[in-house]
Design a protein around this ligand. Structure first.
Ligand code: SF4
Length: 322
């Protein structure tokens, strides 16, 4: 378990000040299917040095992702734009909470440079929540997309955005920049929003995904869920139906891992067989693509999955009556 709750860094405030007063929750031992190797490869080190050199944040590090050794060894890093400090305080998330600094106008160019130097065919760009900005950071997302397009015209771009709650016009700004995939994670079932995602609203997030599809029907939409927070299987199935009603193409489901003792308590580890069952159910409900394994994350294998997503759409079009 990562225990960096109170790691302040050089002169920085506590990482999660809003969680400091919470009681510690019990830590459950990880099952064998969750264990991953420590990151040691040359590719991992090169990716880390590139990110440090360009002063870029990644969700891979900030969220303490278990897949970092595998992904970074293949140069697959998910850059987190607009700083490393989030204005929300979700109880599952390891990203630093607080008041972020001003936007860095040079960041889009540095992200584009990183994408070019990593040689990525497909890149995932995410961000912290920026409730402090009038547009929630939408124009910055658009600038990043445009900079990547200019530097790497062959690279497909996936954005994993905040919910832009109360930011009228923000989604339209992002979609106008034409990302190949628009991703927004529902994260959990509606019953658990208050304890897990207190600053968000389930139906707003669902509507955001539906609206993204309405604005760009040719684009792909994607959303993700964690299990292990106390949800029932029937609740997950209801969320699948909601996402299909919103026209979402691609669903990811992974195991919640508790970042520290102060974060939301882990209810249980779902087994690989249960994940296989979720995948089969979701596929039967009509998603173009489903990834559901214990270590699935929004951006895990996103490049290969994008190719599968395109192939699934072509296959569905070929089956459709003319
Ligand atoms: S799964 Fe995503 S967040 Fe995790 S290391 Fe891979 S690219 Fe980064």
């Amino acid at each position: 378990m990562t225990t960096i709750l109170d790691a302040t860094g050089a002169g920085r405030p506590p990482r999660h000040p809003e969680k400091a007063g919470r009681p510690d929750t019990a830590v459950q031992r990880k099952p064998d299917w969750i264990r991953v190797k420590a990151p040691t490869s040359q590719g991992y080190r090169e990716t880390r040095e590139l990110m440090r050199g360009l002063k870029l944040s990644t969700v891979c590090e900030e969220a303490a992702c278990p897949n970092i050794g595998e992904c970074w060894s293949q140069k697959h890093a998910t850059m987190m734009i607009m700083g490393d400090t989030c204005t929300r305080a979700c109880s599952f998330c390891n990203v630093r909470t607080g008041l972020p600094g001003a936007l860095d106008a040079e960041e889009p160019q540095r992200v584009a440079e990183a994408v070019a130097r990593l040689g990525l065919q497909h890149v995932v760009i995410t961000s912290v929540d920026r409730d402090d900005l009038a547009d929630g950071g939408a124009a910055h997302f658009a600038a990043v997309i445009q900079a990547i397009r200019a530097a790497s015209p062959g690279t497909t771009i996936e954005v994993l955005t905040p919910d832009f709650l109360r930011k009228d016009g923000a989604l339209e700004t992002v979609i106008a920049a034409r990302p190949d995939v628009f991703n927004h994670n529902l994260e959990t079932v509606p019953r658990l929003y208050l304890p897990v995602r207190p600053g968000a609203r389930y139906f707003h997030s669902l509507r955001l995904l539906q609206r993204a599809k309405e604005l760009d029907p040719a684009g792909f939409t994607k959303s993700g869920l964690m299990v292990g927070l106390g949800e029932a299987r029937e609740e997950v199935m209801q969320v699948m139906d909601d996402l299909r009603s919103a026209g979402v193409d691609f669903l990811t489901i992974g195991q919640y891992l508790q970042p520290t003792r102060k974060h939301a308590a882990l209810d249980r580890f779902w087994t690989p067989e249960e994940f296989a069952g979720l995948k089969a159910t979701a596929e039967a409900k009509g998603f173009l693509l489903v990834s559901a394994t214990p270590l699935t994350r929004s951006s895990y294998h996103a490049d290969a999955d994008f190719a599968r997503l395109q192939a699934a759409r072509r296959a569905a079009a070929a089956r459709a009556p003319s």
